[in-house]
Write a protein that binds this ligand. Structure first.
Ligand code: KIV
Ligand code: NA
Length: 275
């Protein structure tokens, strides 16, 4: 269990926080080795790992399955796990059960919940039970069905005021961090200044306390089109496809395997073997 609340607050003042998603043992291992401050087991795994076209189909058991693998790869990193679609609305006992599963089976250090209103009330109740929560406002992909697509939030005066109010409320109810997705940078800056908890942006500009991006996006790994707010720091699609094609070609043309890939036994035994 990593209790990093005070450390995160300190870091808010001193250095930018780096959050990256990871979904399995190798991605977590590489993220930890590269110095990521916080790993997010995002429900984006539904899209980038499982191939769904939204995060809606992701279940609690999907999250637990992946969170456990992440923990095995990154024992020393603070791990936030997403509450998936429709697992934290309505009956609080059901929400509590789902959240407890992420902490107990998934070994989460904190959980993340999308949305304002009743979701912030839920964060308040979960926090009182002793469960650290991260709020997620702005673009909330689990609501894609009722939003007008994946687009920037808080551009009108009314929406901007609402987002500021919701952000302040998130801090008031005890959220340990706030993720702001797809928000104009000027608005994100105002929110980061107004809050004492760290504000982590994705598509929210540079004037926040840290950034979060999706593992497969920054590596260009199995994804084709990247959102405007992503920087790809590698092209794994290219590297991996070339490598796999080389294996295919080498096997077809007999240049693989070579002697160095091969095991040998005592030749004299072969006579006995075949009589
Ligand atoms: O699921 C996810 O990857 C996320 C981040 C984009 C914030 O929620
Ligand atoms: Na998510």
């Amino acid at each position: 269990m990593h209790t990093m609340t005070s450390l995160l607050k300190k870091m808010k003042q001193e250095e930018k926080l780096v959050m990256l998603t990871a979904y399995d043992y190798p991605s977590a291992k590489l993220a930890e080795a590269a110095g990521v401050d916080i790993i997010l087991v995002g429900d984006s795994l539904g899209m980038v790992v499982l191939g769904y076209d939204s995060t809606i189909p992701v279940t609690i058991s999907d999250m637990v399955h992946h969170a456990k693998a992440v923990r095995r790869g990154a024992r020393d990193t603070f791990v936030v796990v997403d509450m998936p679609f429709a697992t934290y609305h309505g009956d609080f006992d059901r929400t509590l059960q789902a959240a407890a599963t992420l902490f107990q089976d998934g070994q989460a250090d904190a959980i993340k919940l999308e949305g304002a209103g009743e979701v912030l009330e839920t964060i308040e109740r979960l926090t009182k039970v002793g469960m650290p929560c991260v709020a997620h406002l702005g673009l909330t992909p689990q609501s894609v069905g009722v939003l007008e697509g994946y687009k920037v939030q808080g551009k009108s005066l009314e929406d901007a005021e609402q987002l500021i109010a919701d952000s302040l409320e998130a801090e008031r109810v005890g959220a340990k961090m706030l993720v702001l997705e797809c928000v104009p940078h000027q608005l994100a800056k105002k929110i980061a200044e107004a809050l004492s908890i760290p504000v982590i942006g994705i598509g929210a500009g540079a004037d926040v306390d840290g950034q979060v991006l999706v593992y497969h996006d920054i590596l260009k790994y199995g994804v084709d089109r990247l959102p405007k707010f992503v920087e790809a720091y590698a092209d794994v699609n290219e590297v991996a496809t070339t490598a796999i094609r080389n294996y295919v070609d080498a096997t077809k043309d007999g240049s693989f395997p070579l002697e160095r890939h091969t095991f040998t036994m005592d030749e004299s035994l072969l006579d006995t073997l075949y009589g």
